[in-house]
Design a protein around this ligand. Sequence first.
Ligand code: ATP
Ligand code: MG
Length: 617
Amino acid sequence: PQEPTGSLLDGLDPDQRAAAATVDGPLLIVAGPGTGKTRTLTHRLAHLVAEHGVDPEHCLAITFTRRACEELRERLAGLVPEQAPRITVQTFHGLGLNILRERPDRAGLGRTFAVADDAQRLAVLRDLVSDEREARRCLETVSQAKRIRAARFAAAAAGESAAEDGFTPEMVDLLERYTKTLHGRNLVDFDDLVALPVTLLAEHADLREHYRDRFRRICVDEYQDVDELQYRLLRLLTPAGGHLCAIGDPDQAIYRFRGADVGFFLRFRRDFPTAREVQLTRNYRSSKVIVAAAVAAVAPSTLVPDRELHAMRALPAAERVGLHAAADQDAEARFVVDTIEELLGGSSFHSRDSGRVTSDGFEHGLSFDDIAVLYRTDAQARPIAEALSREGLPFQKRSHNRIADHAGVQTVLRHLTGSAADEPLPLAVRRAAQRAIDELDGDLFASSDNRVYAEQLGAIREAVDLLTPLATAHADDPRGFHGELTLGAEVDTWDPRADRISLLTLHAAKGLEFPVVFLVGCAEGLLPLRWPGAHLRSTVDDLAAEEAEERRLFFVGISRARSHLYLSHPLRRTRAGQTSEVRPSSFLSALGDDLIERLNRPGASRSRSRTQQLRLL
Ligand code: ATP
Ligand code: MG
């Protein structure tokens, strides 16, 4: 039995409350990092179902990662335990899969269709094009063509003039044959999960009406990162003047490389002329210095020039942002580890429990899960992970790779297909791994390279670790297992509840927050990242857009920090055996000296006062 509580809007500030209490019609919430956008979204939904009598079945919340979905579901369950399980919380792909599972016949699919992985897609393409290399190249082009074609089809069906897709007749022909073969094998690909529902809803008014009636209330978090196809799906699901709530921050748009376009956020007001708009300006996450650093960092390319962002957390001794220049990436990693040990009070072995209250009076000591190390590309994690391992500091790494694309997973899955359907999945996975190892042992006679063998064996073992939790969760449901495998876009071994230091790419850190953040690799070429030869392939406009996006990533990184932020950069970098000097990131120059404290003395620890300030966390 629950105590009667106040309104679900009680925990919100006046602006957040205004946003959450706007229950009808289109609504745009534009706000900077840490202003409680995600919190407002959850309270708004809870308020709708608990205090406005909205049927939870009519509610749909969309966000970008499955992890973010889980968190939303959890938060909703905390607020409205009765109704929460009946609210649909999905990624775009998850939603699309739901629609296709409900209506496979409308898409010309069998009831038992599965989601193809890249190996299965490649098998289809191999039959359609001349050689292996061409088939591999087509994996990406076909995928892109499919998304664009479906989006343009929907735009045309809605009577909007959209740009020509510009595909050659050969490309269109290949796409059609590829899709037909795929569907003929009772498979869909990842792109189909959104492209098919978009095409179906654009084509069939009855389906459109059905889903508009079903999802009368839609909330989308991180709306700045929708791509054209996702945008089309939302438009199809929302009648004119419908209850679509879009939440986001244009300055945190970081998925341009995947086809996301912040333009869709910016045209919301045009798409929904009756939309109400609410801005949130209070940042509840970060210290004053960190808020100021974030705002300064993004200012040169901000898409929200009149942005207001006020720091609400009163930290008595606001510490400046630490900036460290390290000799190379290993030295940078040592700086991170040394500082972490210092923060943790010199001991390598703090657990969450011992960390909170310590003998020397830490009232709110740090634990491992309070700390994150962020970087631009996955490869940068390596020196950090090695340095942490050497010190015995527990960490977990989150990367953006799909489980299904992991080399070992592909091997194991190849041996899993055709396995007895009545066998429990976890067992089937172990058997498949064993068969993969047997095959590897057999190959050993053909190859004498032990290193390759060890690597492949390691990959298979990793695959078992990755697949087992999923297999256990879907013990009797191979279809669900395969579906989720393809959907579970990331190898997400990252567990928000684990008491470990987090190693995250800037992309993976989106939406999260940590008391202590290290942002490593603030160097030209790393952040902003420059791919070799990019200046040859890209137009000047493209390069400028890329640079702006890199800067937004810098902004996202800085704004993850609650109390302590450390920026660092290596002065030398070794690539392919070549060592070269690298300049500090040009982005750093946006941060004035009033915000920065240089921590350049190698090995020197910070002043006592600085360590003492930690107790004020
Ligand atoms: P991002 O842009 O990074 O996704 P966000 O705008 O979604 O950020 P939230 O993650 O919802 O922000 O909130 C940031 C932090 O501020 C969270 O710790 C949240 O609990 C806290 N917070 C939000 N609103 C309030 C409030 N009204 N009172 C106290 N704390 C709040
Ligand atoms: Mg958020």
